[in-house]
Design a protein around this ligand. Structure first.
Ligand code: CU1
Length: 169
């Protein structure tokens, strides 16, 4: 290629000037975002909302948080029925707890809203028992990594109102 041809080529590149510059700037930004570290430290706090209905359902059967996070959990009873017939709570159990045995105990604990007082050591955290239209907010520190069970301890509900609380690194 002759010198002349080279200079013509560079001139023609310059001639589409400002448009090219814009593209270059955009591409540069995109590239630097793509190479930024994707693993950020987990935030210190996390808010989890879970709804419970008159159809005896939670809207979540899996909750994932990070170990050591301060968890704010908000339970909403989105139905209309009173807690005497369709009460809902959210109870997080310690690992190794027999959920069926716990639930059997809970069913007999009507006086304490189905939180068995002699099984407190099996409970990491729990909300109060709600009627339709009510909400409750609790805060607790996420336990060590692993899988934990949660349930509604109103009699008969845990057969469907249950799920896994997963704590990851
Ligand atoms: Cu329930």
């Amino acid at each position: 290629m002759s010198l002349l041809a080279l200079s013509v080529l560079s001139l023609s590149l310059y001639s589409c000037g400002s448009d090219n510059d814009n593209k270059t700037a955009t591409e540069t930004t995109t590239t630097s975002e793509a190479t930024a570290p994707t693993e950020e430290a987990a935030p210190k706090t996390v808010t989890v909302e879970i709804n419970a209905t008159d159809q005896m359902q939670y809207d979540k059967n899996e909750i994932i948080v990070h170990a050591g996070q301060e968890v704010t959990l908000i339970l909403h009873h989105t139905g209309k029925l009173p807690k005497t017939t369709m009460g809902h709570n959210w109870v997080l159990l310690q690992q190794g707890t027999d959920m069926q045995a716990f639930d059997d105990k809970a069913a007999k604990a009507q006086a304490t809203d189905y939180i068995p007082q002699d099984a407190q050591d099996q409970i990491i955290a729990h909300t109060k028992l709600l009627s339709g239209g009510e909400s409750d907010t609790i805060t607790f520190t996420a336990p060590a990594t692993g899988a934990y069970d949660f349930l509604c301890s109103f009699p008969g509900h845990a057969s469907v109102m249950k799920g896994k609380f997963l704590v990851v690194e």
